[in-house]
Design a protein around this ligand. Sequence first.
Ligand SMILES: NC(=O)c1ccc[n+]([C@@H]2O[C@H](COP(=O)([O-])OP(=O)(O)OC[C@H]3O[C@@H](n4cnc5c(N)ncnc54)[C@H](OP(=O)(O)O)[C@@H]3O)[C@@H](O)[C@H]2O)c1
Length: 223
Amino acid sequence: MSLPRSDVLVVGATGGVGRELCARYAADGIRVHAVGRDPRRLDALAAATGALTYRVDLTDADAAGVLASELRDFGIPLAIAAIGGWYVAEPGLALPMSRWQRTIDSNLTAHFIAARTFAPVLRGPRPVYLALNGIASHYPCEGSLAISVAGVGQRMMLDVLAAEGRAEALTFAELVIDTPVVLPGEDDDDDQPTHTIAQVHEAIEALRSRGPEAGLVLRAHLG
Ligand SMILES: NC(=O)c1ccc[n+]([C@@H]2O[C@H](COP(=O)([O-])OP(=O)(O)OC[C@H]3O[C@@H](n4cnc5c(N)ncnc54)[C@H](OP(=O)(O)O)[C@@H]3O)[C@@H](O)[C@H]2O)c1
């Protein structure tokens, strides 16, 4: 049996983008550590890709901390946070508090807990913690108030973490995908630009190979 070339940690691995990134890296012979919340989807992912799966709700910092100690010895050089989703709902002033809270939990708090838990376990000469973000983080998308607020918060969180870590080897990166991602089996949308998982994967690897800029987030847009 050949040894895996390397490791990647995918957080939000049971979502549309996370799942396909796991499949992509696994197909390249890379050992995939897949973190998700939904046990059924984690089992399906393990069966389809051979990924090592870990179940945790990322609003629970203590549970995430336990997982971090499991992962530390693997020497993982890259983490990809593909957490939180997208919806278009009511206008901001009509947004129910329950939906606001759920969105902030999944799209911002979960990103913070993922960063504080998994960034410190990364290893190697130039470890990279990369988070995905979307257009709502910099463009006012109507019906997506809470997602927009969470997206801006995520961006600033990474900026602060990068500034605070300017003397460290760890690089923070953010890939902002400004279009829908068309997943395998889905129809492309003729009315608007889209990207494929292959393009997302390529953009992640391009960002990762860019030279580090001390104290700054490596950031790119797929527009
Ligand atoms: N899909 C697109 O077209 C698109 C376009 C632009 C940008 N993006 C970016 O890509 C990323 C992923 O999007 P997606 O479409 O793949 O989203 P998704 O299908 O909704 O998946 C979201 C993932 O986040 C996980 N998650 C949410 N809250 C969690 C929590 N509290 N604890 C643990 N896991 C939690 C979900 O786990 P469960 O399975 O357990 O719910 C799932 O794995 C986002 O950052 C988004 O901004 C996506």
